[in-house]
Design a protein around this ligand. Structure first.
Ligand code: PGA
Length: 241
């Protein structure tokens, strides 16, 4: 895994945006995998800026998001559907019909997951996947567990994730305790992966990510088996490596 160490979140965003820009120049109809959470926000801000300056064109891009809470309504301001439109899609020229986000209201979540994997495969696979990492080493909502799932699936969120994300909900009770997520197979099939990480609270997860041991205790550690991963992080997140 390559790593780029930056001084702050804005630099992380700019460095990651350079990689997205290069990808879109190489392939204007790229299939991009987007992530939510606080980590990718500076990247999305940089992409919006580049798009406003006409240096980036999303008109031929197709997107697949990593995960979504379940159950959750799209219009809930904590849904990842809402997050993506609020933080990126409304501000760039992506076509609505080219945006794919797992449906947190699907009556048949297993069918929803299967159809999502089939659509990604039919489109030729994700060219560039953007990831963050959880304090517990999760990527997407693939939580540490005895076994990890290859395919898109429904997960029960761990206490650590509920604690980390419930701050965004009015009360912990309002936070969904399950989610739909791309599996580790889906993530690893992406041709190129970038991981954006900031803050000292992620330093332990980063140490585990870089210690070269692959284990289900840290789902992110599987990225060591991929041949094109760039981790972009700040000094605080990198303080234990
Ligand atoms: P965060 O989430 O960017 O909000 O820390 C990352 C993640 O949980 O994958």
């Amino acid at each position: 895994m390559k790593k780029i160490i930056c001084n702050n979140r804005e630099e992380i965003g700019k460095a990651a945006a350079e990689i997205v820009l290069a990808q879109m120049k190489r392939k204007p109809d790229s299939i991009l995998g987007f992530a939510t959470g606080s980590s990718p926000i500076p990247l999305y801000n940089s992409l919006i800026e580049l798009c406003k300056k006409s240096e980036l064109d999303f008109s031929r891009v197709t997107s697949f998001n990593l995960d979504e809470y379940y159950p959750i309504k799209r219009e809930n301001d904590q849904s990842y559907y809402y997050f993506m439109w609020d933080n990126l899609f409304s501000h760039v020229n992506i076509k609505r019909e080219n945006v794919n986000i797992l449906n947190g209201e699907a009556a048949d979540p297993a069918g929803e997951c299967r159809a999502y994997d089939e659509k990604i495969e039919k489109m030729g696979g994700i060219d560039l996947q953007i990831l963050g990492i959880g304090h517990n080493g999760h990527i997407g909502f693939n939580e540490p567990a005895e076994f990890l799932s290859a395919d898109t699936h429904m997960v029960t969120l761990t206490e650590s994730t509920i604690k980390a994300n419930s701050i965004y909900f009015k009360t912990e009770d309002e936070m969904p305790k399950s989610a739909l997520t791309l599996g580790l197979g889906g993530i690893m099939k992406a041709k190129k992966i970038i991981v954006v990480i900031n803050g000292s609270s992620k330093a332990q997860a980063v140490r585990r990510l870089f210690d070269r041991r692959v284990g289900t205790d840290c789902p992110g550690s599987i990225l060591n088996l991929h041949n094109d991963v760039t981790v972009i992080l700040d000094n605080e997140a990198a303080e234990l490596i």
